[in-house]
Design a protein around this ligand. Structure first.
Ligand SMILES: Cc1cc2nc3c(=O)[nH]c(=O)nc-3n(C[C@H](O)[C@H](O)[C@H](O)COP(=O)(O)OP(=O)(O)OC[C@H]3O[C@@H](n4cnc5c(N)ncnc54)[C@H](O)[C@@H]3O)c2cc1C
Length: 382
């Protein structure tokens, strides 16, 4: 097999795992990252991801999962999802699909730091603190020029530069998007009752609130998705008033709650690039798609992009095999986006008939084994 020279822009968890996988296949890899090496602190980080089995399998194969500090991983063995405004509730556990767990909550920065170091050690060259000024892609090669004037040439260019990807914009790859008009407020919360490794989510008409179990049995990561206006009000509240609102919305599922960090908000927007391949340029991860965090599948989709693209590069890549990769991954992303929309619209409505329907739907799903198994598989990203 000919080894390729590959340039990756963006050293988030998706760009770094792509870089490491390609390097392990023997390719020469340069990563351009405008930020610096991620470093995590003593306290749990605000941004976390619930990683599904396929993402963990990839990270295990890359030799990275084994290096994650176990005290910073929160495996979850069950999910409890309910509707604040109806009688609907679904609970499912890993043993219903003969699994030990449904996945694990990982702090983004912890994973990024471990990936960064593993990539360097494997021989990936990371150019930190550098931004791309321009890129050029032809049928034969790719080139980029950094703002500092340095030039790189390669066989392929991979854009993993997040949802505001400048590479995607400069390549004029058309984007489908809509603004959810919601903000995701994240924070670390101490809980009176132990979380028991259960990922909890309550649906309010203004958006879902998730409590994701961290390694400490009395600590969860909060993702409160709320309509923009409400989110602005919540953000403006002092900590005490904010926690009173959260407590009221929590249906006391974890007893008394206590804020254990600062709060941060992220505007939520669905978008996907209509093309992920342009000659020798590919877009992956959030650069290609970003979705509502309610099912915790954004990064998992990105890891799916990496798994399938690594398979292409394990053999001699061709336009045909890259096109097949693009088709396959776009289908996976669109399926997920459609499911998220259905969920969000179904739960975003205060219409009494819809409320009744979702309550009944929840109960039916909870009591129907094959349907429930399907839901568990969907939650596993399978
Ligand atoms: C509130 C919230 C909760 C979420 N929860 C989950 C969850 O539970 N499970 C899950 O699977 N997903 C979740 N997600 C989604 C997940 O966080 C993202 O899908 C994931 O972080 C995307 O990773 P990435 O590497 O593609 O992009 P990013 O993490 O955005 O990384 C892009 C990198 O590119 C760099 N970069 C950008 N532009 C340039 C440039 N011009 N030049 C050089 N470098 C550049 C950036 O500095 C950055 O390091 C959540 C998202 C949100 C907002």
């Amino acid at each position: 097999m000919n080894h390729q020279k590959i340039i990756i822009v963006g050293a988030g968890m998706i760009g770094l795992s792509m870089a490491l996988g390609l390097r392990q296949q023997g390719h020469q890899v340069d990563v351009i990252e405008r930020g610096s090496r991620p470093e995590y602190g003593q306290e749990p980080e605000l941004r976390v991801s619930a990683l599904a089995h396929h993402s963990r399998d990839l990270l295990q194969q890359l030799g990275v999962w084994q290096q994650l500090p176990s005290q910073r991983l929160g495996p979850y063995t069950a999910m409890d999802v309910w509707d604040h405004d109806s009688f609907g509730r679904i609970e499912f556990a890993a043993n219903e699909v003969n699994a030990d767990d449904l996945g694990a909550i990982v702090e983004n920065r912890v994973l990024e730091q471990v990936l960064w170091d593993a990539a360097l050690q494997a021989g990936v060259t990371i150019h930190a603190g550098e931004a791309v000024a321009e890129h050029n892609v032809t049928e034969q090669q790719v080139s980029i020029r950094l703002v500092n004037g340095q030039k790189f040439y390669g066989d392929y260019l991979i854009a993993a530069d997040g949802n505001r990807s400048t590479i995607r914009e400069r390549a004029r790859l058309p984007l489908s998007f809509w603004d959810y008009q919601q903000t995701g407020i994240v924070a670390v919360i101490n809980t009176e009752l132990p979380h028991q490794g259960i990922a909890r989510q309550v649906f309010l008409p203004s958006g879902p609130i998730a409590w994701l179990p961290l390694n400490n049995p009395h600590q969860v990561s909060l993702v409160w998705s709320a309509d923009t206006e409400l989110a602005e009000q919540l953000q403006a509240l002092d900590d005490k008033a904010f926690m009173q609102r959260l407590q009221a919305a929590s249906d006391s599922c974890l007893g008394q709650l206590q804020l254990a960090s600062q709060r941060a908000g992220f505007p939520l927007r669905m978008q996907y690039a209509q093309r992920w391949l342009q000659q020798r340029l590919m877009v992956i991860g959030d650069a290609a798609h970003s979705i509502h965090p309610l099912a915790g599948q954004g990064a998992n989709l990105g890891f799916g992009d990496v798994i399938d693209l690594l398979q292409v590069f394990a053999n001699q890549p061709s336009h045909k095999s890259l096109r097949a990769w693009e088709r396959q991954r776009k289908a996976a992303a669109v399926t997920m986006i459609t499911a998220m929309e259905a969920f969000k619209h179904g739960f975003g409505s205060a219409n009494p008939l819809l409320k009744l329907a979702r309550g009944v739907g929840f109960q039916v799903a909870n009591n129907t084994k094959p349907l429930k198994r399907m839901l568990v598989k969907a939650a596993l990203g399978e």
